[in-house]
Design a protein around this ligand. Structure first.
Ligand code: SOE
Length: 381
């Protein structure tokens, strides 16, 4: 019989759903040493928590996360509540000796992230941050190709995350559905919400970013607050562009906005090396574009690799070659990897400390946008 892994989820929004789906599916597709048990979901509104629990199969509900964290029948606390709650819940969960999975970004800023890293490392509890795009098979394949040295020296890393859902000036800020527009809850705008994904992938694929030079813009200066109805200053960044230098000598070029009309979640990156280049696009997430200069010159061109074969990352656990998977599977993979890592006594990645590095880049980007100067990026490792 497998050991149960009893999960207590905090938050029941979009991310609560992606995580719950992963908890339910991972054991069906991956050979795990533990049996995930959806033990409890916690939300302030009991009726909403109950409806969520019934839909996803959670055995119980809590309305106070402190009670959830104190429960003896919970092994893992999963944090899927808004960004300003991550630190408090994670630090209490670490003190209670729980394993912790936390939605991205790790924290509101670097200094808060440091406290979280200290708490989990002092407690010695397994910890991970849900930077799920690392686990899209095509992105994992990109990591493998780079680790094999196929690109040679890397010159350029370019990434974008474009959306268009906040263009209307009538959209309010704050509240359960729109907390991402409220700086007091989200910490920042597109930098922490979208660029954080691009940065996490970049640090994983291409190493440390040592300095940045950024600009941000807030196109709509005032919005009504959903909860108070009062018109208030918008304090988040609606758009952010930055250039930077990686420690390995390559140049970074990043852009994110919620004002790119026509784009819903266009996360793309392209990496150019001495011998080969790689490109990926979330809207076509099962493909990896690859150009190899070693190819015979008359046949040389960009290949579009359909990442669905048995030897591609994660794919042997799914259907048969040629049949693709999607967005939700990246969360299934991440949870499966977490459970596999703890089963082997290994450290799940990205850990809180890994995610602190992303936080430090975000902090330097926001600082640079403010000072109009190049800023150095601190290092967590
Ligand atoms: C914002 O719209 C958002 O949902 C982010 O919060 C997620 O992290 C990203 O993966 C998709 O876009």
């Amino acid at each position: 019989m497998k050991k149960p892994l009893r999960i207590g989820l905090v938050g029941y929004g979009f991310m609560g759903r992606t995580h719950s789906n992963a908890f339910r599916k991972a054991g069906n597709f991956f050979d795990l040493d533990y049996e995930p048990v959806l033990a409890a979901v916690c939300a302030r509104d009991a009726a909403k928590a109950k409806a969520f629990a019934d839909n996803w199969g959670y055995q119980s509900i809590e309305t106070d996360w402190r009670k959830l964290v104190e429960r003896d029948d919970i092994d893992l606390i999963d944090i899927a509540s808004p960004n300003n709650t991550h630190a408090e819940v994670a630090i209490a969960a670490a003190k209670a000796g729980k394993m912790i999975m936390c939605e991205k970004p790790l924290s509101m800023d670097g200094p808060e992230g440091v406290k979280m890293v200290k708490a989990v490392e002092k407690a010695g509890v397994p910890n991970m941050v849900w930077y799920n795009y690392r686990r899209v098979p095509a992105v994992t394949l990109a990591h493998q190709l780079i680790a094999e040295g196929r690109l040679g020296k890397i010159f350029h890393y370019r990434a974008k995350f474009l959306q268009d859902w906040t263009i209307s000036k009538d959209l309010p800020q704050g509240g359960a559905a729109l907390w991402r527009l409220d700086a007091k809850v989200a910490g920042s705008g597109v930098t922490g919400d979208l660029l954080a994904h691009c940065i996490d992938t970049a640090l994983w694929l291409n190493g440390h970013i040592s300095s940045v030079n950024a600009m941000t813009e807030t196109f709509i200066k005032e919005r009504k607050h959903t909860l108070t109805g009062k018109t208030q200053k918008v304090e988040i960044d609606d758009a952010c562009t930055f250039m930077g230098r990686f420690e390995n000598g390559s140049l970074a070029n990043f852009e994110s906005t919620r004002y790119a009309r026509g784009h819903k979640a266009l996360y793309t990156f392209e990496i150019n090396g001495e011998n080969a280049s790689i490109a990926w696009d979330l809207h076509d997430l099962h493909r990896l574009q690859y150009f190899d200069y070693k190819d015979e010159s008359k046949l040389r061109g960009w290949r579009s690799i359909h990442v669905t074969d048995g030897e591609h990352p994660y794919m042997k656990n799914w259907w048969v070659p040629g049949l693709q998977i999607g967005y939700e599977h990246s969360f299934v993979h991440q949870f499966a990897d977490f459970v596999l890592a703890i089963g082997k006594g290994e450290k799940p990645r990205p850990s809180f400390r890994d995610a602190l590095d992303t936080q430090y880049v975000c902090d330097a980007v926001l600082k640079s946008a403010h000072t109009n100067k190049w800023e150095k990026v601190a290092k967590a490792k």
